[in-house]
Write a protein that binds this ligand. Sequence first.
Ligand code: FAD
Ligand code: UDP
Length: 385
Amino acid sequence: MGSGFFGLTVAERVASQLDKRVLVLDRRDHIGGNAYSAPEPETGIEVHVYGAHLFHTSNERVWNYVNQFTEFTNYQHRVFSIYQDKTYSLPINLATICQYFGKSFSPEEARALVAEQAGEIDTAEAANLEEKAISLIGRPLYEAFIRGYTKKQWQTDPTELPAAVIARLPVRYTFDNRYFNDTWEGLPVDGYTAWLSRMADHPNIEVRLNTDYFDVRDELPADVPTVFTGPIDKYFGYEAGELGWRTLDFETEVLPIGDFQGTSVMNYADEDVPFTRIHEFRHFHPERKYPEDKTVVVREYSRFAESGDEPYYPINTPEDRAKLERYRELATKEAAEKRVLFGGRLGTYKYLDMHMAIGSALSMFDNRIRPFFDQGESLDGRLDD
Ligand code: FAD
Ligand code: UDP
């Protein structure tokens, strides 16, 4: 149930390794879940329809697995940020510090400056996102690059957000401005949809699109195991309440120029600019021949999801965690009684990068699905960690 990376990985493994037939249902009119991409019709420029997707991983098994279905370009992700009409390098690094404070610093000098500015709050005592960020990077850099952006992204004041949201905020005292630290990184040479389609391309796999699971669940044979990758709260009829999500709105525009911003992603740090970032999709594939007089830009806006909106990022308040605990108990029972396993981003209410969704699906296959078919073991139904 669901043709995103989680569902397709399970389907591909079951079809190719166990030689079982697999039915993949998806309510959308295309496969691939949120990783789906399509050429913008006027320009042919590949657009990631549900937001820009950058593949990166340090997991060797996942890297070897995905390379069966696609080759990757040598794209390395870099992001810049505009604040008060000046452009800065991200993530915060020596270039950002030199640009922001308007002079050259050695790594040691920059370290000393940030340590002095961050000294006003002890990281161990930081009670919220704002305090945590100030304790790591100091107030001036926080106010420029984090406060406005975070407020826009979460529609919540940073003093009310958990410190954990920013736990990984990196500051580099070198000029290294690569966004990801992973061993492998790149974009699929012929696009995400070609990659996803090759995963589904097996005689044992049948994909049925435009099919909502909840419309057909009663017609499905009861004894066939189901891997459910849709929203877990919806599956249980919202018995423990609705889980909170943020959604995104994307505004796409074709411009009559060859290059709008000179890079793939530009963040907008000012609070009074309503969008968080602009993606210019041609820059994800500098190796391709795209029109030189047209470009596609997508502005991204963030807001709380209401019913009917696409759920994108779990909000994860303490209330959400309590509801999730209840859903996990129900899921364990459902596995034992009805052979339903829950996986993926929506099925576990976890933000998962693509490599994490694929890795977690491979583990579910090894630890539960294969033993079920090969050794007749029961599906124990613990949610994947
Ligand atoms: P999904 O891709 O969400 O697939 C779930 C599928 O289930 C969907 O196709 C949906 O239509 C279907 N479904 C749901 N309900 C029903 C129903 N009732 N009946 C039938 N079908 C149903 N990851 C990265 O590694 N790098 C990135 O740069 C990156 N950027 C991202 C940017 C955004 C804006 C978002 C939201 C995610 C990003 N991700 C990124 C994460 C990536 O999208 C996920 O890892 C991936 O989508 C997880 O796959 P999944 O199969 O768990 O879920
Ligand atoms: N963030 C920020 N300014 C930026 C980029 C990120 O304040 O220019 C903060 C923000 O709180 C955000 C978090 O860092 O929620 C994670 O950002 P990232 O870009 O990794 O998130 P994603 O790409 O998943 O939206």
